[in-house]
Design a binder for this molecule. Structure first.
Ligand SMILES: [Zn+2]
Length: 403
């Protein structure tokens, strides 16, 4: 911390000629005996500062004379650090030259120790903080308190929000967000700016008690035990035999709304069969491999209109060709984090189960540009890339188009 930012030295109160003199003397080397502070009032504090300055100056000359030993250097550094601390804490209106002449010494000898001297200052008690000069501790901004949240809160969708981003912001699984805000999971989840989302306090499911509901039924529905629901204190249930209040919203921690039946259809995906190798439409430019790994599942219709490329989580995934990102986000039908790119000739490629997504809807990406990373999100049994090639509403074997 440069001493010229000393909170006690209000720049507006400095005499202009002092500033000018200080500026001029900055370039000249520190030498000679004209450094005695002459214009300080004769108080014990200023006498202390003056003697401190003389000590510092001698230390500096000794250091420059190259006769310094590590031990002495360390003591000089400590002295400088103390001096810096005293100067700031005393909040004395020092003349400008006093401040600026210290500054050239510091970068060569003691800039680090001077900083170190400030870091151990106790938080909260220092007048520096009341003066508003010290920057706040670097606490990353977040709307979420660190302590566990008990209740359901709402979130208003902003421009550019994604399910994934909101989930990350609230440290929740994206499914938790979907499940709390999508009644019919077979429908696509579309967010609009201004839409109000329910944000559960923990991963799981929210359940509004209906007539005829029992804890056992609810627990079974979401694949948990009744004890889990009772054990979540904010539900305010004393035992599994407690009567439920119709209309009450229960938090089902770790509840699961994943549909039991596998849904094979992709979003915007082709219905029905694609071509075999021989009937696949010709493409002037082939695709490049979106990632590297072993082929762990081949293309076969109708169940798997894709190839699976096994690779460890985090392996980069690249766009197989340039094009526009027409989908990037969480798929409600088992694809997990998914990207779909439309290429200029009408082909589209789909990348599923990603651990991360590095592009957004509407982005134009280059051939080979990194768009995300391999993962195992959605309905997946292990890290791999599920890669589809579609055109004309049908899926084709990607191997046909890969080198
Ligand atoms: Zn697959």
């Amino acid at each position: 911390m440069p001493l010229s930012e000393n909170p006690g030295a209000d720049p507006d109160q400095l005499p202009q000629e002092s500033v000018a003199q200080a500026t001029a003397s900055t370039d000249s080397s520190v030498s000679g005996s004209d450094l005695q502070p002459a214009n300080l009032s004769d108080t014990p504090q200023s006498r202390f500062l003056a003697s401190l300055w003389r000590g510092l100056h001698r230390a500096w000359l000794t250091f420059r004379g190259d006769t310094v030993t590590p031990v002495r250097l360390a003591s000089h550094l400590a002295l400088l650090a103390m001096a810096a601390l005293v100067l700031v804490l005393s909040r004395v209106d020092l003349p400008a030259w006093e401040i600026v002449r210290l500054a050239p010494v510091q970068p060569e000898v003691a800039s680090a120790p001077a900083e170190m001297a400030f870091q151990p200052l106790p938080m909260g008690g220092s007048p520096l903080q009341e003066s508003g000069v010290l920057v706040r501790a670097p606490v990353p901004f977040t709307e979420i308190p660190d302590r566990p949240r008990a209740g359901v809160i709402t979130y208003t969708v902003q421009l550019d929000d994604t399910v994934l981003g909101i989930a990350e912001q609230f440290k929740l699984n994206p499914n938790t967000i979907l499940w709390a805000n999508l009644e019919d999971l077979s429908k696509p989840f579309v967010m609009e700016v201004g839409q109000i989302l329910l944000i559960p306090p923990v991963d799981g499911v929210l359940h509004t008690v209906k007539e005829g509901d029992t804890l056992a039924k609810i627990a079974k529905l979401y694949k948990v035990t009744p004890e889990v629901i009772v054990g979540y204190a904010p539900n305010q249930l004393a035992s599994v035999d407690d009567a439920l209040t119709i209309g009450a919203v229960l938090v089902v921690p770790d509840g699961d709304r994943t549909p039991p039946e596998q849904v094979a259809a992709a979003p915007a995906a082709p219905s029905g069969g694609g071509g075999s190798g021989t009937s696949a439409p010709w493409r002037s430019v082939g695709f490049i491999w979106p990632t590297y790994g072993l082929l762990t599942q081949r293309f076969w219709l109708p169940a798997h209109p894709a190839i699976d490329i096994g690779a460890s989580t985090g392996t980069p995934v690249a766009a197989a060709d340039e094009g526009t990102v027409i989908s990037a986000g969480w798929s409600p039908v088992g694809y997990g984090n998914m990207i779909m790119i439309r290429h200029s000739d009408g082909f589209a490629t789909l990348y599923a189960h990603l651990s991360r997504i590095d592009v957004s809807y509407g982005d134009y990406v280059a051939r080979g540009q990194r768009i995300g990373a391999v993962g195992s999100t959605g309905r997946s049994t292990g890290p791999h890339l599920h890669f589809e090639v579609q055109t004309g509403g049908r899926s084709y074997n990607p191997l046909i188009y890969l080198p």
